[in-house]
Design a protein around this ligand. Structure first.
Ligand code: CTP
Length: 396
């Protein structure tokens, strides 16, 4: 999976209880198809044995400067990214003065790739002026820092000292590995379903999970964009790093969009917006006693239509989705024209590997310049990357 495929990630584990979470991080990196090598300090080995990491990576884990001569130089040279997780107070101090008395510190001194530090320690140790001085020195030297987070600590206290979760570390690692081609761009993404209330307890909704829009938002963020995700009630948590505006109805989605589009460069409309809304939502619950019930529905706002003026004025590159049951390409092309879009990703309903509620999608991308590109069935993350590649080329 991009951007980890064929990339070399060095994971340095130092001696804190959070080291058990690093095993899971290594597993996630492997699932994302990175080649992972692990180096442990001697205190890290007291928390998690090197056999665990060797099992997860399929490679020897390094622990000593004396095992294989020049290992520290080779490990540093091979790495596209180094992650220190957890980074203890002692190890930060060691790095801040540039010591090289362990395989872990010597390797990082010899590495010229980006380094991501994920500190974890007691909150009083974190707040100590000595630790803060070391953190500032490391930041000024260009090392990246993620966390620590506030939360429950191992000793039963609550404070600032928890290591960031593996999913967050993975997201930031992805951003550090990706070329920052969207740096300086603002991308607005819509995701998920909308709900049209019938009464205070019922609504008309749809089966969108929000996955496709979230994958687009994550891909744009990884490329350095400032991302605003306007999301209906999705069934998955939003990706790390993006600004999220949660909405429920299509009207709320429109209001959020209108605010967000003012200084945007791109709009990716992946939300499944309700087309029809009850004409008169009731303010109290409709009782069963009414017997049969006929609901009058009227058309809700068409968000692409309502944002057309600002999109045209600002030259916002816009991608729409078209969910079709028949004549998919023909209908997709007419949507592209009718809604004045730059791109339309056409989904054909009925393919069990595509569309709502599945982790994969099969889309054909049409653009206003006449191109038609059919992608195979791919994970939604991969579809998002491919769509962003095309959109990026039109952003200038
Ligand atoms: N969309 C929108 N406002 C709506 C409905 C849809 O902006 N009220 C956007 C969707 O986010 C998508 C695109 O329009 O990017 C096409 O959505 P789709 O449901 O396929 O088409 P509709 O415009 O609703 O047309 P139809 O249902 O007749 O196919």
């Amino acid at each position: 999976m991009r951007p980890f495929e064929q990339r070399h990630v060095l994971v340095v584990v130092t001696g804190g209880i959070a080291a058990y979470k690093t095993a899971y991080l290594v597993r996630r990196l492997r699932e994302a198809e990175a080649t992972v090598e692990v180096v442990l300090t001697s205190s890290a080995e007291r928390f998690v044995g090197k056999a665990t990491f060797e099992g997860l990576t399929g490679r020897p884990a390094g622990t000593s400067l004396w095992e294989r001569p020049l290992d520290h130089i080779e490990l540093g040279r091979r790495a596209d990214l180094a992650i220190v997780a957890p980074a203890t107070a002692d190890f930060l101090a060691c790095l801040a003065v540039g010591r090289a008395d362990s395989l872990a510190s010597a390797t990082l001194l010899a590495a010229d790739c980006p380094v991501l530090l994920c500190p974890a320690m007691n909150d009083r140790m974190w707040k100590h002026p000595a630790t803060q001085r070391n953190v500032n020195t490391l930041r000024e030297s260009g090392l990246e820092m993620l966390g620590p987070e506030r939360g429950e600590l191992a000793e039963g206290e609550v404070g600032m000292g928890r290591m960031s979760e593996p999913a967050e570390i993975l997201a930031v690692a992805g951003r550090l590995l990706e070329e920052q081609t969207l740096d300086g761009y603002k991308i607005v993404v819509t995701a998920g379903p909308t709900r049209a209330p019938i009464d205070p307890v019922r609504y008309i909704g749809n089966r969108s999970s929000g996955h496709m829009g979230q994958a687009l938002a994550a891909s744009a963020w990884r490329r350095g964009a400032d991302v605003v995700l306007v999301s209906g009630p999705a069934s998955r948590p939003p990706p790390f790093g993006v600004g999220v505006i949660e909405v429920e109805t299509s009207r709320e989605m429109l209001e959020a969009l209108s605010g967000a589009l003012d200084d945007a460069h791109g709009l990716l409309m992946a939300a499944a917006v309700s087309d029809f809304v009850p004409a008169a939502p009731r303010s109290s619950k409709i009782k069963r006693g009414v017997g049969a019930l006929a609901l009058e529905l009227v058309a809700g706002p068409d968000l692409l239509e309502e944002t057309r003026a600002v999109r045209e004025r600002r030259g916002i590159v816009t991608l729409g989705f078209a969910l079709e049951t028949e004549k998919a390409l023909e209908n997709g092309r007419s949507k592209l024209e009718a809604k004045n879009l730059d791109f339309v990703a056409v989904n054909e309903v009925g393919d069990p590997l595509s569309g709502f509620d599945v982790p994969t999608n099969k889309v054909t991308l049409l653009d206003r310049w006449g191109a038609v590109e059919e992608f195979p069935v791919l994970p939604k993350e991969e579809v998002a990357d491919r769509l962003l590649d095309r959109i990026e080329s039109r952003l200038d």
